[in-house]
Design a protein around this ligand. Structure first.
Ligand code: GLY
Length: 333
């Protein structure tokens, strides 16, 4: 084809395309268009996945997404449910204290633009996930710790309250009889809550909140509020979150590792399995003494979960159904 004819044809077809797309945009609402793009790419959304049996938290996050809310709002609202649940002894109010009987909370949140906020070792503030979001959105920093975080919370109107419930105090007093520090595998109904969500626009956000290990040394911080440790999201690729012994997650930068493995082409399941492999294959490590579990989601909405030991579980909301699922695990002997 001669160059001039080619240009003419190309222009004609471009005009045709423009005309057709303007017609489409007249006929379809923006919402329909987004839904059609999603369907044609086999993308699964909205979606929520969270560590442990967290039915109500996931249901709450899913409701936000179904109403068109952002993934960021969904994970914050979801995590708040567990922070307010006094029966859960590893998150928010009712969390087990450190050796001195003080409940200190850690949390972080990350949005689809890669913005991140975290608070570490916060006393007397229940909704640390919302405080982490305030750090992300209202300060020039990404992390606030201890008294500084609490001072910021008060300036933002957060309520101060005693986080040590009767049940947690009783458990701590019992522990003090021997003061033996030993993380116990899956002893609680659940551990840290890590939550990942994809909203209707396809944006991914994540959140993580915990009271950390029961009877930890005062000042100890685990993986949960550390970007790349307990939580990581790259909106182009996917997200991952961790639960279990934070020290081991931190040493392998677990959540960041999983997202990077997905970037290299692994499925979320394969990536979670390799991240657990990095822990259990360490020389001299006795993984029999502790638990670590991961959840992950990729941009398409495929998910994965894997832990060292049995009984790690997670909730997943997809296709309007919220299911509690037992994770596959490494130690089958
Ligand atoms: N994964 C919670 C912690 O180790 O603090």
């Amino acid at each position: 084809m001669k160059r001039r004819n080619f240009i003419k044809k190309a222009s004609a077809s471009s005009l045709g395309l423009i005309a057709a797309s303007s017609l489409i945009s007249c006929q379809e609402s923006k919402k329909d268009k987004i839904e059609n793009i999603i369907k044609s790419n086999n993308l699964i959304r909205p979606l929520v996945i969270a560590t442990w049996k967290t039915d109500l938290a996931v249901e709450t996050a899913a409701k936000v997404l179904e109403q068109g809310g952002s993934a960021l709002k969904a994970v914050e609202q979801g995590c708040r449910v567990e922070e307010a649940n006094e029966k859960g002894q590893s998150v928010g109010k009712g969390g087990l204290p450190d050796r001195d009987g003080e409940v200190t909370l850690d949390a972080c949140i990350i949005d689809h633009k890669g913005n991140y906020g975290a608070v570490l070792g916060v006393k007397n503030i229940k909704h640390v996930i919302s405080l982490a979001r305030k750090v992300m959105e209202k300060t020039p920093h990404v992390m606030l710790v201890g008294e500084g975080a609490k001072k910021f919370a008060i300036s933002e109107g957060f309520k101060q309250e005693n986080l040590l419930t009767k049940a947690s105090k009783k458990a701590w007093l019992k522990w003090k009889e021997t003061s033996m520090y030993k993380p116990i595998i899956n002893i609680e109904n659940h551990d840290t809550i890590g939550m990942l969500a994809i909203d209707k626009k396809g944006n991914i956000s994540g959140a993580c909140t915990t009271s950390g290990l029961a009877y930890k040394m005062p000042g100890r911080v685990g993986d949960s509020p550390i970007i790349g440790g307990g939580l990581f999201v790259d909106n182009e690729i996917g997200g991952a979150a961790a639960t279990g012994l934070g020290e081991e997650v931190l040493k392998t930068v677990g959540s960041f590792l999983i997202v990077e493995l997905m970037r290299q082409g692994k499925t979320p399941q394969e990536a979670c399995e390799e991240a657990i492999g990095r822990i259990v294959n360490k020389p001299g490590k006795n993984y029999k003494d502790f638990q670590v579990g991961y959840i992950a989601v990729n941009k398409q909405g495929e998910t994965g979960a894997y832990s060292i030991h049995q009984w790690f579980s997670y909730n997943k909301y997809v296709d309007k159904v919220n299911t509690h699922i037992q994770s596959d695990f490494f130690n089958k002997v």
